[in-house]
Write a protein that binds this ligand. Sequence first.
Ligand SMILES: Cc1ncc(C[n+]2csc(CCO)c2C)c(N)n1
Length: 202
Amino acid sequence: MTGESCAKSNIAGVSFSIHPMSDNFIEIIKGAINESDISKVHVKTDDVTTTIRGKLVHVFDAAKAIFIHAAKTGVHVAFQATYSLGCPGDSTGDVYMAEDDSPLNAEQVKDIKQYAAAKFSLYPLGGGNYMDIIYEQIEAMKKHVAVSPAHYSTRLEGDVIGIFNGLEQVFKATVEGGSSHTVMTVSISANSPSHKGDDPIE
Ligand SMILES: Cc1ncc(C[n+]2csc(CCO)c2C)c(N)n1
């Protein structure tokens, strides 16, 4: 199937891992997945990652909820994710495309206050002007959270909901801007003892 449905496919996906810095890691990972409503996406968890595939809105909603439920335990948790939409290289398997666009978890997590620091890298593959798109989206991210430059990525700091909403908007705008294959890598850290605690929302 590789590449066959390239032009038409609207399937978004994310492959992510959460690493809780606690002996309790099994309960934290499994508990976070169980607390999230994942009924509008296809989800598969193995010993390395969890993969979620479906409509873009639901993929972002589900991964955000799972991370926030893990972070709200207060344990230092690290999140590592690759989001992708488009092809070549994707298949039409292992997916659930829900009929509607109403996210299932946004309301439940929206009031959870959680500071996080993150880095993201956006890869609009398949087009010539990729640096223009990347700079435009780094600028757009400033509406959501504090943004600062980093080598190979861009650093984000602030409310975790703002970080995830910013990431979703940036990814969506890149897709809607015509990128035929969009990839975004993200690292997020919450409850890190390295954080100095000077953020007002902490
Ligand atoms: C989101 C997410 N999904 C899967 C793993 C892999 N993993 C590591 S420990 C554990 C629990 C015991 O099976 C699992 C599933 C992860 N770290 N984060």
